[in-house]
Design a protein around this ligand. Sequence first.
Ligand code: NDP
Length: 320
Amino acid sequence: MSETIEHVKCLIIGSGPAGYTAAIYAARANMSPVLYQGTQPGGQLTTTNEVENFPGYPDGVTGPEMMLELQKQAERFDTDVRDGWVTKVDFSGPVHKVWVNDTKEIHCDTVIISTGASAKYLGLESEQKYLKLGGGVSACAVCDGFFYRNQEVVIVGAGDSACEEAHYLSKLCKKVTMLVRRDEFRASKIMEARVRNTENIDILFNTNTDEVLGDGQVVTGVRVKNNVTGAVSEIPATGFFVAIGHKPNTDIFKDYLELDETGYIINVPGTSRTNVEGVFVSGDAADHVYRQAVTAAGTGCMAALDAERYLAAKEAEVHV
Ligand code: NDP
């Protein structure tokens, strides 16, 4: 074996709540986990301001702060947390091979994938500006809707997520304006009916977002354009929610793992197991339904326990 190849008992890819929770459990089970953080250490939560729905923080906590705490907790039990981006894997043989930054090769007994998913954004400069400022742009109504109680908000998207989130927001906010770019929804009929029948949801069809307006610190409105008539108008709003889909970060696994048609990893129901023995998945990379920090943490725990049991069973086979 070449000197550059490292052997690792448990490799965790990704540093959101799923990855760090898997690390805490794996480290405490003496699996000497190595965790690669990826390009966005801390994951999606580092783009959130205040997290108020993670149990155990009665006064709330900021997303970045919570991720630092999770990292510290994982390191307290000697998780080896490293910078680095996993660029390639080979799960075809009995040894699971992983390459970091295209150069470093690691051979793993078990791999826990916690690479998450990324919310899609429109890509407007003004949208990105207020997103980075934490000034009123969000891709998660369940996480951030609470901050807009009794206020007016705009949500863009026409799929099931947008309908679900618009409906969720309608219970908190004074008014929700929904921007649909075509003259019809993509969502299922039942979800569409729900938003159509909600009094304080205003649906604008054939409407594109031109600009997120603000005072330099926070969002104050949205300028929209009707793509049939060309009419431009401004909607006052303190929150701009983007619900145009998520992309799971699973491209590098597609040659080896079973993915659904949108790229989410398919796990054996009720477990974190994938179709490859010794490879486990946790968090949003396999979850397009719940997508919460607490559910990601829960599945991170499951992945570490499944990995530990897998290794124990293999060791037992060797000693028979
Ligand atoms: P989808 O891909 O289903 O929908 C994305 C929506 O965003 C579409 O309406 C699309 O418009 C719109 N969109 C995309 N890009 C833009 C853009 N640049 N500007 C404006 N609008 C844009 O994503 P979802 O997250 O809604 O759903 C993903 C999957 O998860 C689906 O299979 C869905 O059924 C499922 N899901 C199920 C739920 C449930 O059953 N409770 C809840 C949430 C999701 P267009 O239609 O014009 O392409």
